[in-house]
Design a protein. Structure first.
Length: 372
């Protein structure tokens, strides 16, 4: 969505502040004369100036500075990996090497790398070390947190340009989700459960794009099955969540199924975005007329008005030219039932629903994610 300048900031600096605003805008034109993001940077600078003017608390200023530095560094480092699909893997840092889950996580990393998917972890030991070990450095990214214990990065990413250190959990967690085209959660402690519930909350509320969330356990394991039983009996059956919210995650007990779940999700679905009041799904293949007819009937509950419309790229969308070859499916999504949206994506991904004249796809490793 287009950026709207902050009227509160403008009013704050109106009285005698015009010269200051003009100086900020002049400096922006000097450092990035052709950037379309000047209004955003202008409001960022004015926000800091307002903090300096009010000067309430040194601790607040230090938190803001540290967070801004971490964000800028992460944006800069991750720019070199732009365009590559990534999978965030969570799990216990205390899983021993001899544990079956360690072997599964190592195999998971290797399989994801074979699918040309990068593996993001917290860069620690246990499940994180195993996933990176299997993936290798070229397919690994580590987001490490500075702690008085367990803060050392695993050997795969230690001392490399693929490691990003974070002081704050909240900035680190932002990038775990922002960069992920899929998430695989192995058994773990408070941190793993925290990440699992936060990711599900963000997807359920539409604050994060829909991506595959895979719960991976060893054959016969009860960790995630027990968690799912709790969610079903205590949350779904008490109407604290929608029944279809349970569709936002998939439980598997082998690596092949976990990786297949991710690859299948991107079989036809490419990415999604909001365009004004329309929710737009980009697709590698155009859907058949029969599939559209069935969609109108089966998924009508997702639409606030009208129904589904399939169309080619329009220059009015101001979309990335790299994706102009992709078909579009647009509708007035109710922005509420994301579990049903996941079912729609599964429908779109069925090859029998693709038009026979569908164009050839680009490799699934070519990625884009736009903010909702």
């Amino acid at each position: 969505m287009p950026y709207q300048p902050n009227d509160l900031l403008n009013r704050h600096f109106e009285s005698g502040g015009h010269d200051l605003i003009n100086k900020v805008e002049e400096q922006l034109k000097l450092v990035s004369p052709d950037s379309p993001n000047h209004p955003i940077y202008r409001d960022m600078i004015l926000t800091v100036l307002r903090m300096a003017q009010e000067d309430h608390n040194r601790w607040n200023a230090k938190i803001t500075l540290q967070a801004l530095r971490e964000l800028e560094q992460a944006f800069r480092v991750l720019e070199q990996f732009k365009g590559r699909r990534k999978v965030t893997v969570f799990g216990s840092a205390r899983t021993p090497v001899e544990h079956p889950l360690y072997a599964m996580a190592r195999e998971l990393g290797a399989e994801l790398a074979r699918s040309d998917l990068m593996v993001i972890t917290g860069a620690g030991g246990g499940i994180m070390a195993a996933a990176h070990e299997g993936a290798g450095l070229d397919h690994s990214l580590g987001f490490n947190i500075t702690l008085p214990f367990e803060q050392h990065a695993n050997p795969t990413v230690q001392g490399t340009g693929n490691l990003l250190p974070f002081h704050f959990f909240f900035t680190r967690k932002l990038f775990f989700v922002k960069e992920a085209d899929a998430l695989v959660l192995c058994p773990g402690g408070f941190g793993t459960l925290d990440e699992a519930l936060e990711v599900l909350t963000l997807i359920q509320t539409g604050k994060s794009p829909l991506v595959p969330v895979v719960l991976l356990d060893a054959p016969g394991g009860t960790f995630w099955q027990g968690a799912l039983d709790f969610l079903q009996s205590q949350l779904a059956e008490n109407h604290y969540i929608l029944p279809t919210d349970m569709k936002l995650m998939r439980l598997v007990d082998n690596v092949e199924e976990a990786v297949a779940e991710i690859n299948q999700f991107y079989g036809n679905f490419h990415s999604s975005r909001w365009l004004k009041q329309q929710f737009v799904i980009r697709m590698n293949h155009k859907l058949s007329e029969q599939a559209l007819d069935q969609m109108h009937e089966t998924f009508a509950d997702l639409c606030l008005s009208d129904s589904f419309h399939q169309h080619a790229y329009s220059g009015e969308e101001h979309d990335d030219a790299r994706f102009s070859h992709l078909a579009r499916l647009a509708f007035t999504f109710n922005a509420r039932n994301h579990g049903r949206l996941r079912e729609l994506v599964d429908f779109i991904n069925l090859p029998e629903n693709w038009a026979h004249a569908a164009s050839q796809t680009k490799p699934h490793s070519q990625r884009t994610r736009e903010p909702s």
